[in-house]
Design a protein around this ligand. Structure first.
Ligand code: NAI
Ligand code: AKB
Ligand code: ZN
Ligand code: ZN
Length: 350
């Protein structure tokens, strides 16, 4: 195996990233080295690429980017007895402590000492990468690597959609970015109907329909609340799933939710948000869930089963595939322009 490898690295505290040659890492105690078979771009990677305020407050360049991955174990570090060479794995990105109040209440997804790989340490946008053995998830051998890499964001979508009953429920999804598209796939696979999607990008509304949305709305051209009321004969939706991070979408979604309905909030807002709590939440007795990360490890079992069931319509979600990293800047710029669903890199050109 080569001693050097290409990697997409945040080399300096500024816009963009660089494709650089770095040493192939060695696994330390409790770590494995994987050959990266597929790795996909997350919205968080875009924040790091663009070097927004959050990224400036959290990322310490130089650092290899990326955290959505599928790979083959090629070397096992000292003390690792749960994995062996040849295992086909993906990785939970939250490295949790197991000791804090949250972890001791089985709430690992909100561990108070969470470290995230690809965010707080070198990630997986490379030909080889280090994964903590405690974060490895073993994949069935026949799962396509591009699906296996998507399990991490699919976990966010599963926790959002399945935070309450969904089968047979009318559902509004605001935001059909990569995560919203995965949310549509999970909602449809789980029996939601109708699935109504509010999304201003025409490109992404078309993707939403391909994934299985029953109705799509352009919130910049028509009132989504009125559209939802027309579709639901004035009742509103039973379930509102927020995947946009847009304050207006939040307000519209709450107004479109039927009294007593359920709300799951995954989208991250750019700033503090003002909401009419009395009339949009309290007097409607809405059930509201904040969603983050993935429940460890039950969400991974659910995601893997959903993929293996064949009921998740993932192919329309994966809009761009790249062999190697040479065109990574094109990939990031297309994603920034909202002209993609999920973007997947296959690092090895052979
Ligand atoms: N809570 C968590 O653990 C995580 C949260 N996130 C957040 O989830 C959200 C979705 O992630 P991505 O799909 O990657 O984001 P994205 O930014 O690619 O997609 C957001 C979509 O919302 C659409 N949108 C904008 N204004 C809208 C409006 N008024 N009504 C309806 N749609 C509107 C945009 O056109 C875009 O397609 C982001 O805010 C991201 O930061 C992502 C990962 C984990
Ligand atoms: C930080 C991330 O983007 C990651 N997908 C997560 O679920 O926390
Ligand atoms: Zn992510
Ligand atoms: Zn903890």
């Amino acid at each position: 195996m080569a001693e050097k490898m290409p990697a997409i690295m945040k080399t300096k505290p500024a816009y963009g990233a660089e494709l650089v040659e770095v040493d192939v890492p060695k696994p330390g105690p409790g770590e494995v080295l994987i050959k990266v078979l597929a790795t996909s771009i997350c919205g968080t990677d875009l924040h790091i690429y663009e070097w927004n305020e959050w990224a400036q407050s959290r990322i310490k360049p130089p650092q290899i980017m990326g955290h959505e991955v599928a790979g083959e174990v090629i070397e096992v570090g000292p003390g690792v007895d749960t994995l062996e060479v040849g295992d086909y794995i993906s990785a939970e990105t939250h490295i949790v402590c197991g000791k804090c109040y949250a972890c001791r209440h089985n709430r690992y997804h909100v561990c108070q000492n969470t470290k995230i790989f690809g965010v707080d340490m070198d990630g997986v946008f490379a030909e080889y990468a280090i994964v903590p053995a405690q974060n490895a998830w073993k994949n069935p051998k026949d799962m396509p690597p591009e699906y296996a890499a998507l399990q991490e964001p699919l976990g966010n979508a599963v926790d959002t959609v399945l935070a309450g009953p969904i089968a047979g429920r009318s559902t509004l999804i605001t935001g059909a970015g990569p995560l919203g598209l995965l949310g549509i796939a999970v909602a449809k696979a789980s029996g939601a109907y109708p699935v109504i999607v509010s999304e201003p990008s025409e490109f992404r509304r078309e993707l939403a329909k391909k994934v299985g949305a029953d109705y799509v709305i352009n919130p910049f051209e028509e009132d989504p609340v009125k559209a939802v009321m027309d579709i639901t004969d004035g009742a509103g939706v039973e379930v509102f799933l927020e995947f946009s991070g847009a304050p207006k979408a939040l307000e519209q979604g709450l107004a479109a939710t039927t009294p007593g309905g359920r709300v799951s909030l995954l989208g991250l807002f750019p700033r503090d948000v003002t909401v009419d709590f009395n009339n949009l939440i309290i007097f409607k007795a809405l059930e509201v869930h904040g969603i983050t990360g993935r429940h460890l490890w039950e969400t991974w079992y659910t995601v893997s089963s959903l993929i293996q069931s064949g009921r998740l319509n993932l192919d329309p979600v994966i809009t761009h595939k790249y062999k190697g990293f040479d065109d990574f800047e094109e990939a990031f710029e297309l994603m920034k322009a909202g002209k993609t669903g999920k973007v997947v890199f296959f690092p090895h050109k052979g």
